[in-house]
Each structure stands twice: as C-alpha cells, then as structure tokens.
Design a protein around this ligand. Structure first.
Ligand SMILES: NC(=O)c1ccc[n+]([C@@H]2O[C@H](COP(=O)([O-])OP(=O)(O)OC[C@H]3O[C@@H](n4cnc5c(N)ncnc54)[C@H](OP(=O)(O)O)[C@@H]3O)[C@@H](O)[C@H]2O)c1
Length: 305
C-alpha cells in the first residue's frame, strides 16, 4: 500500500520540482535579458575609465571610505590600492583593523559613529567619499538597521558635504523605496531620498541585488543563500547577483569618468556594465578593449604602475 502511494507521490513531487525550476528559469531569463535604461552611458563609463585614469591620478585628489572592513569595502580597498588614483585615502571605521599590503596613501581613523559630529575634522577637505556601511545580516533588528544603514550613512554624507566632498558614492540596495512596506527597502529608500537633498556635485547610488562574496564574518544563512544562488549566477550572471569585486570596480570606473548628471542610480545589471563585466549589452564601438574591466583593476597588470 505504502509502496503504491510512494509510486504516485514521487513522480508528482519531481514534476512539481521541474515545474518550479522551469518557472524560476523563465523569471531569471527575463531579468537577465530585460533592457537596461541608459545602457550607452553605462557602457561609455567602462569604455573610457582606463583612458581617464592618468589624468585623474595627476589631480592628486583625496578620498575616504566608510565601511571599509565589510565585503564591498574590503574589495574597494583592493581596487583602490591597485589603481593608485588618490593621493590620500582615509579609512573611517569603528575599529582599527590589520590591513596587509596597502600603500602609504591609506590611513585608518577610528570613530564613534554615534558621536560622528565630534570627528567632523576628518572629513575636511576630502574630495571623494565612498560609503559601504551596512548591517545586512538577518539577526539585525530594524532599529539597529535604521541606525546604521540610514542614520550613520546620512551623518557621514552630511559631514562629507560640509567638508567639501565633490562626489559621494553609496551602496544602497535593489528595491530601495521610501514608500515600501518592507523596513529594509524603506530605510534604504529614505536614505537615498535624503541624500539627494544634500546637493552633492555628484551623488552615485549603487543598488546591488544579492552580493556574492566569501564572507569573512560567519553568517550561515548568508552562506546557504549564496550557495543556492551560485547556479543562478552562473547561468544568469547579471540578473540578481553581484560579485563584490564587480561592485568595487564599478565604483572606481564611475569616479574617474566625468558626468554632468548630479545623481546617478545604478541597478544591479547596470553595475555589471559600468564595471566592464557585461559588455554583451554594449554597442560594439563601446565594448571595453580588455574584457573584465580595465587594466589597472587587474592583478596581472600591476607592473604598469
Ligand atoms: N549582502 C547583500 O547581499 C546585500 C544586498 C544588497 C545591498 N547590500 C548593501 O551593501 C552594503 C555593503 O554590504 P556588505 O555585505 O559589504 O556589508 P558588510 O560586509 O556587513 O560590512 C558592513 C560595514 O559596515 C560596518 N558596520 C556595520 N555595523 C556597524 C555599526 N553598528 N557601527 C559602525 N559600523 C558598522 C562594518 O564594520 P565592522 O567590520 O566594524 O562590523 C563594515 O565595515 C550594505 O549597505 C548592504 O546593506 C548588501
């Protein structure tokens, strides 16, 4: 009797699995190939970044990174360290961490984020700001999340603006929306809306989907979720996932290429394009000469500098 029932259930279960897999593939396929708004502009950034680097470097600008100990932040440091486009880079965090092989242009400053006004002098005269702060892990309560992903980010931006920052780049999230009923999306959306009122000369907002990384911090939920998404990332690389290296390269490419728009918002797929990792979406004349980003981002071309 039991055998008879298993006989019926198992094929039904397998069929249901196939149905779900096919439906999800359809959704991811659609997301992978849906058109990108303003794609030529994004392609042009990846295309021109390398050419602009030398001129940018000569200006000897300064930068700060807040959130440098996180996954996006650490990769941003690696890219900045290879690119050598800033004369001085101040790393602002709640703790001093050991960082190997960074150039002399980097310095760490420890701050108390609840008292950030007391550290306003750190931001004085810094031209470029990168903010990759966040508390995205599941155990975080909404109050803590709001405090870090909203309040601290805005306070950082306020001090940066007062200190003379020309271009503020911030990592937000896919789905950011000030009217959303999900607190995560709402906090990110409200943060973005307030940032826009600060009137930076340039404000670049990055909205990644799911970040792919080998997270240093132990987060089992995150690891399982990322493992489930690896096959999706393989077949549909720009649909929902974003390797943290790609995010870092996009932030750098975008900084060295001038832009007359004061606010730029990059969704997940656009971030891939700006990083030069998705040239299949670009017209042939705007495909970066070297695939996978520009030479200064690549370890094997370090000797050029
Ligand atoms: N993970 C995803 O899939 C995903 C998806 C979409 C958007 N995002 C967004 O992407 C951004 C970067 O993500 P990530 O994965 O790189 O973040 P992460 O690895 O968790 O790093 C977060 C950074 O914020 C700092 N931070 C966290 N809580 C803090 C607090 N209470 N006070 C001061 N600093 C604090 C961390 O400093 P410590 O090292 O000292 O803790 C670290 O430098 C975040 O804004 C996140 O919301 C992530």
């Amino acid at each position: 009797m039991l055998w008879f029932k298993c006989h019926e259930i198992i094929p039904g279960f397998i069929l249901a699995l196939i149905y779900v897999a096919l439906s999800l593939s359809g959704v991811f396929l659609y997301m992978e190939y849906e058109s990108i708004e303003d794609v030529d502009t994004h392609c042009r950034i990846a295309y021109t970044a390398e050419r602009n680097t030398a001129a940018f470097r000569q200006r000897n600008y300064s930068a700060f990174v807040v959130g440098f100990s996180g996954e996006v932040g650490r990769h941003l440091l690696e890219v900045l360290n290879r690119a050598k486009i800033f004369g001085k880079i101040t790393l602002i965090g709640r703790r001093i961490i050991k960082l190997n092989n960074l150039g002399p242009e980097f310095e760490q400053r420890r701050v108390k984020f609840d008292l950030l006004d007391d550290y306003a002098d750190i931001f004085e005269g810094i031209d470029y700001g990168f903010c990759t702060l966040g508390t995205s892990h599941g155990s975080v309560q909404s109050a803590e999340f709001n405090r870090v992903d909203h309040d601290y980010v805005l306070k950082t931006a306020e001090l940066a603006k007062a200190g003379g920052c020309k271009h503020f780049s911030v990592v937000s999230s896919h789905g950011a929306d000030g009217n959303s009923s999900f607190f995560f999306n709402r906090a990110k959306g409200l943060m973005e809306e307030t940032l826009m009122q600060y009137n930076f000369e340039r404000l670049s907002i990055y909205r990644p989907g799911v970040l792919l990384c080998n997270r240093q911090e132990h987060r089992p939920g995150d690891t399982i979720f990322q493992s489930l998404l690896r096959p999706v990332a393989y077949f549909f690389p720009t649909a929902v996932t974003l390797p943290v290296e790609t995010a870092a390269i996009a932030m750098l490419n975008n900084v060295v290429v001038p832009n007359n728009r004061s606010v730029d918002i990059y969704e997940n797929k656009a971030i891939h394009v700006v990083a030069g990792m998705a040239s299949q979406y670009c017209p042939p004349e705007l495909v970066p000469l070297r695939h996978y980003g520009n030479s200064f981002h690549r370890k094997d071309h370090d000797s050029e500098f």
